[in-house]
Design a binder for this molecule. Structure first.
Ligand code: GTP
Ligand code: MG
Length: 451
């Protein structure tokens, strides 16, 4: 990333903080030592009466005698601001041309365009946020479902940081003891070594517990996949469209209409659930359809649950029965086209009509139940959301600690000391006590500009 170097400069940056595009208002942010003088240069009345800290001031922005807009300005003097530097927030009218003109003026007067996540980077550099909170803020912005939002918020509140601090203290004490054993090798008994090994095992256990929460992020971002399968023409696409709330898949009276898998995502129980419409399963398909059926098999493999769509008018086939028995995933059997029969057939299934919407409420209830069942119970543990970066650092710490353990048990304190230093270094990267260009690349450049 070429922007990396810039992040360590202490100049003044400016960017649009609301999403690009038309809106009622747009918020721009300036951060750095020249923030106040910049806005004063753009707004003559503020030269005479500087904006009061943390109060909103109405002011015109003027460039070359041309009024760009009338805006609201808030001045957050250092260190009581998001970044810990002098910050000016400008709320202007959210027109594309206005935003372009105001940003252009700020840049012309000397503010550098901010890189992605650079405001948050400065907040970390200035000790306003720790690195873990910064990543949680990234998650808060990304969170599009209820559960993800809640998890991101609790991880923002610092549970992981507390746990890591505890592990760090343990490692430091361990390092001190190991260093001492190099200086005074005769004072160390075998008993003390085995005590040390137990300490390391306990710390390893702590780390594994934190690592075991990694699935949660994948769940909150990726969610579940429910695949709709069944014989051709049973109404899979029609039901799919109903479930995802729009006409995505083509519905037709000809069997073999769907040839490719189609996906759409909705929210159930606070997590994203992707429904997958597939090509109907049949024994002797034509060539293109056969490919579609291959994809269907793949979709089944990757799914968390199966919605087996059948026709209420038809008896269940041997093939359908086999599907119910041969997969490990839960299967919901759906009896579609209930509008064509007077009574539900005498077999298990959820009676619906994808065409008329009959029975859809009951089906949604079943889907809620199914999803709740698939969700791991995390109600009594603190929410930790590990990023890929954090997972990697934890793995490094764990591997280093295993080497420490081996070295201690083989009576090699020098190696143990070196490995424990490496574990502490990874822990520093994880906690953000060391900020390297690598951290900027891996974390901050993933943010949007203006954050
Ligand atoms: N009466 C009635 N017709 C339905 C119902 N659901 C679907 N259909 C009709 O059944 C036909 C097939 O529907 P699709 O949704 O295309 O079926 P499919 O299972 O996706 O079929 P393939 O993609 O060919 O495998 C269409 O003519 C639909 O209008 C229903 O509940 N009642
Ligand atoms: Mg179809």
């Amino acid at each position: 990333m070429t922007a990396t170097f810039d992040y360590f400069r202490e100049d003044t940056i400016a960017a649009l903080s609301t999403p690009p595009g038309r809106g009622a208002i747009a918020v721009l942010r300036i951060s750095g030592p020249a923030s106040l003088s910049l806005i004063q240069a753009l707004s003559p009345p503020l030269m005479k009466a500087p904006p009061k800290p943390r109060r909103v001031t109405l002011a015109p922005l003027v460039l070359d005698g041309d009024i760009l807009d009338e805006v609201l300005i808030t001045f957050f003097p250092a260190p009581e601001s998001y970044t810990g530097e002098d910050v000016i927030e400008i709320s202007c009218h959210g027109g594309l041309a206005i935003v372009r003109a105001v940003l252009g003026a700020l840049h012309r007067l000397g503010a550098r365009p901010a890189g992605p996540g650079e405001f948050t980077f400065r907040a970390v550099r200035n000790g306003k946020l720790d690195l873990i909170q910064a990543q949680a803020i990234g998650d808060l912005i990304e969170a599009s479902t209820e559960r993800f939002r809640r998890a991101a918020f609790s991880s923002y509140r610092g549970i992981l940081q507390q746990k890591l601090l505890f592990i760090e203290e343990n490692l430091i004490q361990m390092a001190v003891r190991i260093e001492a054993s190099i200086e005074f090798p005769d004072d160390i008994s075998e008993e003390e070594d085995s005590l040390e090994i137990r300490e390391i095992q306990a710390t390893l256990q702590e780390i594994r517990e934190i690592e075991s929460t990694a699935f949660r992020r994948r769940l909150l971002t990726g969610g579940f996949r429910y695949v709709l399968i069944g014989r051709p023409n049973v109404g899979k696409s029609c039901l799919f469209n109903r479930l995802v709330g729009r006409d995505r898949a083509i519905v037709s009276p000809h069997p073999g209409t769907t040839r490719d898998t189609i996906e759409a995502t909705v929210e159930i129980q606070g997590v994203p659930v992707t429904f997958i419409d597939t090509a109907g399963l049949r024994k002797q398909p034509e060539e293109v359809e056969a490919l579609g059926i291959e994809r269907t098999r793949e979709a089944i493999e990757e799914s968390d649950a199966i919605l087996l769509v059948t026709e209420a008018t038809e008896p269940v086939t041997a093939e359908e029965q086999q599907i119910c028995n041969s997969f490990k995933q839960p299967v919901l059997v759906i009896l579609n086209k209930m509008d064509l029969v007077s009574e539900p057939p005498e077999r298990e299934g959820i009676p619906i009509s994808a065409l008329t919407g009959l029975g859809m409420d009951a089906l949604w209830e079943k889907l809620d139940e199914l999803t709740a069942r698939l969700l791991p119970d995390t109600s009594d543990e603190p929410e930790i959301l590990l990023s890929a970066y954090q997972e990697e650092q934890l793995r490094r710490i764990r591997e280093a600690l295993i080497s420490v353990m081996e070295a201690v048990s083989h009576g090699q304190p020098e190696i143990a000391a070196e490995e424990i230093r490496s574990a502490l270094a990874s822990l520093g990267c994880l906690r953000g006590t060391v900020i390297s260009p690598d951290i900027i690349d891996r974390i901050f450049t993933q943010f949007c500009i203006g954050k």
